[in-house]
Write a protein that binds this ligand. Structure first.
Ligand SMILES: [Zn+2]
Length: 248
């Protein structure tokens, strides 16, 4: 949903990093120890030259996720799906297909709130409930987390540290949720393609019912059409694809 632009998540990284640095500068104590241990959101993968990562957020969707999976399967490419627990519970069969086809599931909270607006207890509940339902349905416990809207609140990073979750951001945001046109999404992804790039896409519409992305109406057909176009182009250019869980 509104993943406004590149500057927002980068500012967030700086904020998180600054918190960690402040922790280092403070003399010993539980607060300093906690600040030091907060993980920093990762916006790139490190898997060698011409390797990048595709990520799909807000699903699973019974309508669009299978179309994305068909395209990925057609090119033998693995991707990461940052799913919302509420959707996982509603569409377990889609989750099982994602796993059966070798993809990776990440935690994208239960109901896609702005984490900055929640209490620490509610942030923890959003993340832990999603860990539980994904584990129950897929048999895999997520090791990756992405905050809705890129709002990596400190309270979320604390939970990440506690649960062994690595916060994952992105480096390429084609703003597909705003439906700028499939050709525009293609151009933005191809322009951002680079070694280590993490591409943000949206296969799901979580928040779409009560918090629709402006103008999107929860329609992800442009995301699907764009993937169908840019994926073979990236492969022709020599790119291969990894998932962030494969990195240290
Ligand atoms: Zn999202």
């Amino acid at each position: 949903m509104p993943q406004s632009n590149l500057s927002l998540p980068r500012r967030r990284f700086l904020a998180a990093g600054a918190t960690a640095l402040l922790g280092l500068g403070v003399s010993a104590g539980p607060v300093a120890a906690r600040a030091r241990s907060l993980p920093t959101p990762e916006s790139e993968v490190d898997a060698g030259p011409m390797v990048m990562a595709l990520t799909f957020d807000d699903g699973p969707s019974p309508q669009y996720t299978p179309q994305v999976l068909d395209i990925l399967r057609g090119h033998d490419v693995r991707a990461t799906f940052f799913v919302c627990g509420d959707n996982v519970r509603t569409y377990p069969d889609v989750i099982r297909r994602i796993i059966a086809e070798g993809h990776v599931l990440g935690n994208h909270t239960w109901s896609h709130p702005h984490l900055d607006d929640l209490s620490a207890a509610d942030v923890r509940d959003q993340i832990e409930r999603t860990q539980d339902v994904v584990t129950e349905i897929s048999g895999r416990t997520p090791v990756l987390f992405r905050a809705p809207y890129g709002d990596f609140a400190d309270a979320a990073l604390v939970v990440c540290a506690d649960l062994g979750l690595r916060p994952i951001s992105w480096s390429v945001d084609p703003t597909d949720w705003a439906n700028p046109g499939a050709d525009v999404i293609v151009d933005r992804v191809l322009a951002g393609a680079a070694t280590g790039a993490i591409v943000l896409n949206h296969d799901g519409t979580e928040g779409g019912d009560d918090d629709p992305a402006p103008g999107s109406g929860g329609d992800r057909s442009q995301t699907v059409a764009a993937l169908r176009s840019y994926l073979p182009q990236l492969i022709d250019d020599g790119y291969t694809f990894t998932t962030p869980d494969a990195q240290e």
